[in-house]
Ligand binder design. Structure first.
Ligand SMILES: [Mn+2]
Length: 380
């Protein structure tokens, strides 16, 4: 074997507050340490949404907020919280990066668009005490393996890669999509109020058992949509984060014309858009969609390994919540360039929770979950 490529995504490490859904520090560090001391090079690909900057608060003088104008200063303050909340993972990454034959790829996702700030990249290299083998990119494309986060095939979350920043009052701020701005400015208090609900899948089943929250979210979303179209662009005329969401309207119009209202699957859109390129590589790996997906067409394999944040399956019959497995892809590159791959499950030893108990006291179950994973949350 010549090289190993390890891919995992949607870790979503946050600031250790109620809006942080990552608690598997022990399992993740253990995996990273197991990749050290190999006698071949290892590429570790963190396939986007490694950090949850979006839901991480910006704390100044003990006051938390979620600013829409994300300067490098805001991103750096959030990164400090994330680092303090998940130091053990950074320690493992630092150890891994000490071996110069190894490389870490931070693929940019929609929850960690902040990675495009050069100051953030420098800071990460600084805390990992390495630079040449720490890479920031939207794609990984080597050895016939292609990986990317996948939000670029999701019209509500895609970004313009040619136009990553906006200028706001002389400051360089992130140019993030309308949905991300909405999440930051309208939904964080709901997330703080219902921290466990958003971890429960499938969403429609969860909402069908929790109608009151569904109503609140629908009302909030509609208000944000209406105000974004008819009020904010005028009220905040000189603020580039409140411009009329032209792309959104264009896409709605296109869908209306083509009577196309199904939610796109990343893989479906990707196959349609990149049809001609599809045979260039052998293995394609995406994140973003938090589910396990595997498909093979002849020599081509497409995989979604699923998320590493704390998530549950709701059994609608028994109303039991089972913790999801953590999963990663291991690719072995042989000397003759041929590839072998496996999708590896890490089953957490977690107890089964009951939906009715959880919604009665969500904050309590955030702590129960953290305890069971062996995560010491300082801020909870
Ligand atoms: Mn994502």
């Amino acid at each position: 074997m010549k090289k190993e490529i390890i891919i995992l995504g949607d870790i979503e490490m946050g600031g250790g507050t109620l809006t942080d859904d990552f608690i598997s520090d022990k399992a993740l560090s253990k995996l990273i340490y197991s990749l050290c001391n190999k006698n071949i090079p290892v590429d570790l690909i963190l396939n986007g949404d490694t950090f949850d900057f979006l839901k991480c608060p910006y704390i100044v003088n003990n006051a938390a907020s979620y600013p829409r104008h994300i300067t490098s200063e805001v991103s750096l303050a959030k990164f400090r919280l994330i680092y303090n909340a998940h130091t053990s993972v950074f320690e493992a990454l630092k150890r891994f990066a000490q071996e110069k034959k190894n490389r870490i790829f931070f693929i940019v996702g929609n929850h960690d668009a902040d990675l495009v700030h050069p100051e953030i990249q420098e800071n990460i290299k600084l805390v990992l005490k390495s630079s040449g083998n720490i890479i920031f990119s939207f794609y990984y494309n080597e050895h016939s393996v292609h990986t990317e986060h996948g939000h670029q095939y999701d019209f509500l979350n895609k970004v313009n890669e040619e136009h990553l920043f906006l200028n706001y009052q002389g400051q360089k701020i992130l140019n993030i999509p309308w949905v991300s701005l909405g999440l930051i400015s309208k939904f964080m208090s709901l997330k703080e109020q219902y921290p466990m609900l958003e971890r429960i899948t499938p969403r429609p089943a969860m909402f069908s058992h929790h109608k009151s929250v569904e109503k609140v979210i629908t009302r909030h979303s509609l208000m944000y949509l209406l105000k974004s179209l008819a009020y904010y662009p005028i009220r905040y005329y000189s603020d580039p984060t409140y411009t009329f969401p032209r792309e959104l309207i264009r896409e709605f119009y296109r869908r209306l014309k083509n009577v196309h209202w199904d939610i796109d699957e990343i893989v479906t859109v990707f196959k349609k858009k990149r049809k001609r390129k599809l045979h260039r590589n052998k293995i394609y790996i995406f994140g973003h969609v938090h589910k396990r997906h595997l498909e093979q067409h002849g020599a081509i394999t497409i995989i979604h390994p699923d998320t590493w944040r704390d998530e549950y399956f709701l059994d609608t019959q028994t109303r039991q919540l089972t913790s999801k497995s953590k999963r990663y892809v291991r690719i072995m590159v042989e000397r003759d360039q041929s590839l072998r791959w496996e999708l590896i499950d890490i089953r957490p030893s977690r107890s089964i929770l009951h939906f009715d108990d959880v919604i009665r006291d969500e904050q309590k179950y955030v702590r129960v979950a953290a305890q069971e994973e062996g995560y010491e949350a300082k801020a909870l």
